[in-house]
Design a protein around this ligand. Structure first.
Ligand code: 5GP
Ligand code: MN
Length: 338
């Protein structure tokens, strides 16, 4: 494993850089990627962000967004080409190369590129040549901020880069309310504010940028699709394709919805089961020491953080709900209100 000092020494010998966030990147994954892209672009490197999938429209205002290449059938050849030509490949905000599928195949096809992982998820897989990872970091954007300071200087962080970093930190801390918030994060944010970012506009761009359909889907899900199991301190949503289609569902439309489950008094576990093509995507949230990372890893083919994780079940939505309900009965001791 390379260390940052030798990485920094060799930096000038590299030229082509590919930066990859996880599938359906959120503001942390995309903001981190665009912040790092901004840094390398300004330094004169040939850098490109390649997203494994499309992402929410409320992220498209992020500085640097127009240069992002989104993988699709049309862009497959250019994605493969960029990754094959890369000297450096950055993997941002994920802990397992599978999380950037289908780009993982192209990454594996280029053994000569140096792979750098910057991430804050638990249970990281070994696939990178250089890691800058810390599970106690509130956001990958926090790590990108530090990483830029390690390989460059504070002067390199301009207002656009600061905006991308702030977007990642703001969203991954639940607007500075999660347990992951530290004095260190607030010091970083103080510095970002001094760079001239407009935190009010950033917040509005992300949280007050819904379509009417998205807002109506939220209302429908809350009134018709939220179930509560008081004895297991659990609240969960089941959204079928029919429900989603009714509200013209777009990527990102259900982001944040799961948290409403946790806003009910006494609820410790909140989950969304969302029907997709041939599988059910799960989003899990918890409060306190109940680990949804363990739950998702052990039962739902996923993972994440202690209080926020995702997973998937390759079965019908009805089967997935049954499976979920069966699994959580095994956690009754830990979920039951004391
Ligand atoms: P979300 O529920 O917002 O999609 O994801 C919550 C957290 O879990 C994020 O940190 C995300 O990166 C992670 N996550 C989401 N889906 C998966 C998954 O399928 N596998 C793993 N390992 N992590 C996931
Ligand atoms: Mn993150």
């Amino acid at each position: 494993m390379l260390n940052i000092e030798s990485f920094k020494e060799q930096l000038s010998s590299w030229q082509r850089i590919v930066i990859i966030p996880h599938q359906k990147p959120d503001a942390d994954a995309l903001g981190s990627s665009l912040a790092l892209w901004g840094f390398f672009n300004k330094k004169g490197y040939q850098a490109v962000v390649i997203s494994p999938t499309a992402y929410a429209d409320f992220l498209s205002w992020l500085p640097g967004n127009p240069q992002v290449v989104v993988y699709s059938e049309q862009t497959e050849e250019s994605c493969r080409y960029f990754i094959a030509q890369a000297d450096l490949i950055f993997c941002l905000d994920f802990n397992d190369l599978k999380r950037c599928a289908p780009l993982d195949v192209f990454v594996n096809e280029n053994p000569k590129a140096l792979k750098v992982l910057i991430d804050h998820h638990q249970d990281k897989k070994d696939f990178a040549d250089l890691e800058y990872c810390r599970v106690t970091a509130a956001a990958t954007a926090e790590l990108v901020y530090e990483f830029i300071h390690l390989i460059g200087s504070d002067q390199d962080i301009d207002c656009d880069i600061a905006t991308c970093i702030y977007a990642g930190i703001m969203t991954d801390t639940g607007s500075f309310k999660y347990a992951s918030v530290t004095p260190h994060i607030h010091r970083i944010v103080a510095n970002l504010l001094e760079k001239g970012i407009n935190h009010t506009v950033i917040h509005r761009n992300i949280y007050d940028n819904s379509t009417l359909d998205r807002l109506r889907l939220k209302g429908f899900a809350l009134s018709e699709r939220l179930k509560v199991i008081p004895e297991l301190s659990t609240a969960y949503f089941v959204l079928t394709k029919q429900d989603l289609n009714r509200f013209n569902h777009q990527i990102g439309d259900t982001e944040g919805l799961v948290n409403y489950g946790l806003s009910i008094k006494g609820i410790k576990l909140a989950v969304i089961l969302k029907e997709d093509d041939g599988f059910v995507k799960m989003s899990l949230r918890s409060v306190g020491d109940f680990s949804v990372n363990d739950l998702a890893r052990n039962h739902f083919n996923g993972g994440g953080h202690i209080n926020a994780a995702g997973g998937r079940l390759e079965m019908s939505i009805e089967e997935a709900e049954k499976t979920f309900l069966h699994v959580i009965t095994h956690y009754a001791d830990r979920l039951a209100t004391s």
